[in-house]
Ligand binder design. Structure first.
Ligand code: DGT
Ligand code: CA
Ligand code: CA
Ligand code: ZN
Length: 579
């Protein structure tokens, strides 16, 4: 699928136009096209062929022509023309957390900075700090951003890992229908970021079949570099639509598949504990099976490994040696939240702020997902860059939602807001207006680089507001782009429990905060978690699974997750805090 690359090209064109100071309106429309393409789940080439792309709202004639050109020739003339207008390394600056196209324009225009190296010089000499609109604080932030970029570990987001696993899985399946193919490692455990993708292949019998499978894998068209190639294991770098990914494929005999799957799912820490238990029981556990002397007592089936070790079965999301082994021993593992428990989504944006679709479209998609409600949470007016709603506009949206609800069947639209927490911890809307809403989420978008006391104070104060029901993306991190805010999570959790405020698990794979360990802390303190996709399109409502996995990794049960509540139960939850 060319969707992601194409989305990137449109985003890049917008960036370059912004750096060159071109027309605002055109820049915004390119950005919009970029996001629409990025969100389309179907293959864009197919949509183009069938003519359905032309009907997609937001994609005009000229964008369509560019998409067509890209599909036919692999590039877009307008993109090449724009690239020719700027120095070759200038766009590298955009990878630095803390600097956007506007910042790049400023340093390029005023300081003649054309590369990251130039920018480092400008920081060292102090000329960046002197540039209007920058200052010492911002320059220091950018210096930290460069350091962050330089030490970046090369871990990838879970959605990127899934794409890579999909590419390799499809190839292996087409190689032979008879293979058992499963993902293992951190991807199966749904860890927040992934180092490399591990794929396990089970085959019945023949020795040399394994070698042929590895050969087929390492010689596949998607392979960019072969790191290792043996008779049962191959390790390669493949190119996906957004990044390079290391993929390890191991082939094991079918009779050992369960043991290998257990072993290569990890985590290492979990496996070490399991092996200790085996040793104590005078058994031997490895990737080939569980053995009593020479006799294999489990191997084909993963569940049997746990069973024969006198443990309840432990789901992959819990395998981190965070108490799951003890719980499995004394039969006290939690019954984790599942998708079937989810009745709604608490966080999404419409065209009213920076989203791509209408309330009705979101409601329709949510109903298809089997939900009973959604909560509309557009931004508030202080967040001008995201086109935040004025109080007047929000009041109108509330009326609009009431009218929509009269027509809708089977699903309720809750009127909400994602209101900004201002620099003094106050809330961007008055309480009278908030009182008209069904559910309020509050979050920090501005001044995220503030000191720990400041960020923590703002968050705690926001929770004191009787109309604030949830703190959205409490740490504000964006993997690879922005480090989490410096915030005292223990204090936030304690205050959430005290003030009857929920904390969000943001399901967007860029965010995933609260993170798993923080979810566990919150649950132990009796705080409810609200999973929100933060969708800006109907497609993004499908991100729920990532938030769900994060909560499950934090040991969440149905009772801990607000999304398992009915509308009536949510109203009760909200009213308990209101005066
Ligand atoms: P990653 O790739 O850094 O996101 O994390 P994992 O967990 O996928 O780690 P990886 O790919 O190095 O190895 C996959 C699994 O294989 C790991 O979770 C557990 C198992 N494994 C690998 N090496 C060892 C080892 O030396 N000892 C034990 N007990 N297990 C290992
Ligand atoms: Ca791995
Ligand atoms: Ca690996
Ligand atoms: Zn949002």
């Amino acid at each position: 699928m060319k969707n992601a690359v194409l989305s990137d090209v449109f985003g890049r064109m917008a960036d370059i136009m912004e750096i060159l100071g071109e027309d605002r309106f055109r820049i915004n429309s390119y950005r919009k096209v970029s996001r629409i393409i990025g969100d389309i789940p179907a293959d864009i080439e197919l949509l183009l062929e069938t003519g359905r792309l032309a009907d997609t709202p937001g994609i005009g004639k000229s964008s369509l022509a560019k998409i067509k050109e890209f599909v036919e020739t692999g590039s877009i003339t307008a993109h090449q023309d724009l690239l020719a207008k700027i120095p070759p390394n200038l766009l590298d600056l955009l990878q630095i957390p803390g600097i956007g196209p506007k910042g790049v324009k400023a340093v390029y225009d005023k300081l003649n900075v054309t590369s990251i190296a130039d920018l480092k010089d400008a920081i060292e000499t102090g000329s960046l700090a002197q540039l209007p609109g920058f200052g010492e604080k911002k320059a220091a932030g950018i210096a930290r951003g460069i350091a962050f970029l330089e030490k970046s570990t090369g871990r990838i987001r879970i959605d990127q890992a899934l794409e890579a696993a999909g590419i390799v899985g499809a190839m292996l399946r087409s190689y032979s229908e008879l293979l058992t193919i499963q993902t293992a490692g951190s991807l199966r455990r749904r860890a927040e970021t992934i180092g490399d993708v591990d794929i396990l292949v089970g085959i019945a019998g023949q020795e040399n079949a394994s070698k042929r499978i590895i050969e087929a894998f390492t010689k596949a068209a998607f392979v960019k570099e072969v790191l290792a190639s043996g008779s049962t294991k191959g390790s390669v770098i493949i190119e996906t639509s957004t990044c390079d990914v290391q993929v390890d494929v191991r082939v094991v005999p079918e009779e050992s598949f369960g043991a290998a799957w257990q072993y290569f799912t990890g985590s290492k820490a979990h496996n070490v504990r399991l092996r200790e238990i085996a040793v104590k029981a005078k058994l031997k556990l490895n990737e080939y099976g569980l053995f009593k002397g020479d006799k294999m007592i489990a191997g084909v089936d993963e569940r049997q490994i746990y069973k024969k070790l006198d443990l309840d079965y432990i789901l992959p999301v819990l395998r981190e040696d965070r108490g799951e082994i003890e719980a499995a021993k004394n039969h006290s593992l939690p019954k984790l939240i599942e998708f079937a428990d989810i009745k709604g989504d608490f966080h999404m944006h419409t065209v009213a702020s920076d989203g791509d679709c209408e309330i009705e479209e979101l409601a329709e998609t949510a109903a298809d997902l089997g939900y009973k409600y959604i909560c509309i949470t557009d931004h508030s007016h202080s967040l001008a860059i995201a086109n935040g709603l004025s109080p007047k506009k929000l009041a109108r949206q509330i009326d609009q939602i009431r009218r929509i609800n009269e027509k809708l069947k089977g699903i309720t639209v809750l009127a909400g807001t994602e209101v900004d927490i201002l620099s003094d911890g106050s809330i961007d809307f008055d309480n009278e207006l908030l009182a008209d809403l069904d559910f309020v989420i509050a979050s920090i978008h501005l001044g995220q680089s503030g000191a720990r006391e400041e960020i923590t104070m703002r968050t705690l104060k926001a929770m004191d507001n009787p109309y604030v029901n949830c703190i959205a993306h409490p740490t504000g991190r964006l993997f690879g782009r922005r480090e989490p805010m410096d915030i005292d999570i223990a204090a936030v959790v304690a205050h959430a429990a005290q003030t009857h405020t929920a904390l969000e698990v943001n399901a967007n794979p860029w965010r995933l905060d609260l993170k798993d360990t923080h979810c566990k802390m919150a649950i132990e303190a009796g705080v409810k978690l609200a999973i929100g996709t933060d969708a800006h399109s109907t497609v993004a409502l499908g991100l729920m699974g990532f938030g769900l996995a994060t909560a499950a990794r934090g040991w969440a049960t149905k009772a801990d997750i607000l999304n398992s509540f009915t509308v009536t139960q949510i109203r009760k939850f909200v009213n308990k805090k209101r005066p």
